[in-house]
Design a protein around this ligand. Sequence first.
Ligand SMILES: Nc1nc2c(ncn2[C@@H]2O[C@H](COP(=O)(O)OP(=O)(O)OP(=O)(O)O)[C@@H](O)[C@H]2O)c(=O)[nH]1
Ligand SMILES: [Mg+2]
Length: 357
Amino acid sequence: MVVALFGYGASGQTTLFEILAQKKISPVKHLEARLEVSRASVPVSDQRLDLLAALYPQKKKVAAHLELEDFPGLAAGQISTSTYLAELRKADGLVQVVRGFLNPAVPHPRGKINPADDINSMAEELILSDLVMLTARLEKLEKDLHKFKDPEGQKEKELLERLKPRLENSQQLRETDLSPAEKKIIRGFCLLSLKPILPVINIDESDLAYLNNLEERFPGLNPVRPVLGLCGQIEKEIMELEDEEKALFMSSYGLIEPVQSRFFAKIKEVMELLTFYTIGQDEVRAWLIKKNTPAVKAAGEIHTDLERGFIRAEVLPFQELQKAGSWQKAKESGLIRLEGKDYQVQDGDVIYFRFSA
Ligand SMILES: Nc1nc2c(ncn2[C@@H]2O[C@H](COP(=O)(O)OP(=O)(O)OP(=O)(O)O)[C@@H](O)[C@H]2O)c(=O)[nH]1
Ligand SMILES: [Mg+2]
């Protein structure tokens, strides 16, 4: 699962990337990183996995991972022509880092600090880049359909003709009802306004009181759209502290949770992901998958053999396993359910897949 951190320049993308990846980029590398997309495979912090691993101390704990990408900051109006556009299109989810801190020493490419405006104008840019792509595709389709009959092409054309006016009316395709078949037709275009997006507003230390209450500090934010607050400066300082100092430092700022856990919870929600767990011979492991995934496909995430030879899934919600104390005890109490191929995996399910090789 690839998540791209992008946004207008000097908003704190690299700062957030370093915090999530727990990786310091040296000032020299930082300059180079402005020209390239940095990548890191980041373990998803997960309290349930920690508790599960504690039940099986002899097994290795393996977290689910997200592939994070740190994109160089964009100038306003640049996205459609950006050299990074093709790369951005490949991401499964977008995180727009938005400038909320003042710091006059760091100029803002859009001239003023206005998160709501930055979010809306980036949305417009995503819409425009999709419109450019759809228009070009429609022109080509029309030409081809003149030359020869193609029922598939005809279907595609009708769909694109329906979507184009939406984009022209500044509607993000994410907010358009599309059937699974329609989604399949346009999947190859990797449309940006269709991708799940989470704006992260990087605020000043002096605005920490508004961390979970951003609308109050920045009027104009759409209250129904997801958004996450971050104080990059403070979080970076926390990252540089020794573990024992962290809690004290955080409480001195009234911070309860580190940004990582808030970020992962929110990105899961926005990307419609869920976590399931497996207890293997040697390891206790977390897996991130899309919501509404049938058990047989979840098995396939682990290994294609498990998907091919799928027989049944033994399922126990995490809470029940925790109550029972172990898988074995839960089994003895008859708590474990047997589910078939089409069972929709739920967030927190602990699963043992029965399969034939
Ligand atoms: N005051 C303040 N400064 C910050 C904060 N976050 C980042 N900065 C500063 O802003 C500058 C840009 O931060 P980066 O994380 O490199 O921003 P970026 O979005 O990756 O920037 P580019 O990739 O160069 O466009 C740095 O000098 C940071 O020290 C913050 O929360 N508060
Ligand atoms: Mg950067």
